[in-house]
Design a binder for this molecule. Structure first.
Ligand SMILES: Nc1nc2c(ncn2[C@@H]2O[C@H](COP(=O)(O)OP(=O)(O)OP(=O)(O)O)[C@@H](O)[C@H]2O)c(=O)[nH]1
Ligand SMILES: [Mg+2]
Length: 225
């Protein structure tokens, strides 16, 4: 749910990386932080980790100014995946404008992926958001490992849902930007319908996405990274 302050001409958007413990949510943010231009983003806050497990959340903020002067701050959060941190997941999910579900591709993790997606559905409902309406993408991470669920099985299972699915290895930086980009596109469309980002603020989708995914080496974005 967009935070919009018309008087101050400011908007805050919130994206959440959700998924089971150790699926690679924090690693996705670390990679985005490394790959993307620091002119458009702030620093990455990684809060209170214990043995690399997120206990609260991580946060990577981005900034963008529309041609109208509208100042947009985009906050990208991760939740802690461990089952016992459900209260924190609910808190982080409040007022989310979009979600990336990071699944672990290892065959051993199928149940955890399933339980975590069910938990996402329940918690969205708890915070008053509708999984059918919120911008949502799914990423199957850790494709670099052995004993992973075959891509065709993933596609067969997810294609009927219409939810965009990405294969990735966040550790190697693969698929991370594709996932983020698609989530930004869907989020733009969602926000534009209500806040007229184009009609009122002169900000079109490609500019929105392009500005927020500018690489630090200033090379044009190419897929697969
Ligand atoms: N092989 C491999 N390891 C990965 C990949 N992505 C993340 N990892 C590793 O998996 C472990 C967990 O990654 P995190 O990013 O901390 O996972 P998380 O989803 O934030 O975990 P929680 O904070 O506990 O929910 C780390 O050791 C990562 O280096 C990947 O694509 N391939
Ligand atoms: Mg984490």
């Amino acid at each position: 749910m967009v935070e919009y302050d018309e008087l101050e001409n400011r908007m805050i958007l919130k994206l959440v990386y959700y998924g089971p413990a150790m699926s690679g949510k924090t690693t996705n943010l670390l990679q985005l932080h490394d790959i993307l231009d620091q002119d458009n983003r702030g620093e990455l806050t990684v809060l209170d980790t214990k043995n690399d497990r997120t206990l609260f959340f991580d946060l990577l903020p981005f900034f963008l100014i529309a041609p109208s002067g509208l100042k947009i701050k985009l906050k990208v959060f991760t939740v802690p995946g461990q089952v016992q941190h459900d209260a924190t997941r609910k808190a982080v999910l409040q007022r989310a404008d979009g979600v990336a579900f990071i699944a672990d591709s290892q065959l051993t993790e199928e149940t955890n992926n399933f339980e975590s997606f069910k938990n996402l559905e329940q918690n969205l409902d708890f915070v008053g958001l509708d999984i059918e309406k919120i911008p949502l993408v799914v990423q199957f991470n850790k494709r670099d490992l052995q004993n992973i669920i075959p891509e065709t099985d993933v596609t067969d299972a997810w294609e009927p849902t219409g939810i965009p699915v990405f294969m990735s290895s966040a550790l190697l930086g693969k698929g991370v930007l594709d996932t983020f980009r698609r989530l930004l596109e869907l989020t733009y469309e969602h926000v534009d319908r209500r806040y007229m980002l184009w009609d009122k603020h002169g900000l079109d989708k490609s500019k929105f996405v392009h500005q927020l995914t500018m690489r630090s080496d200033n090379e044009p974005l190419h897929e697969g990274i």
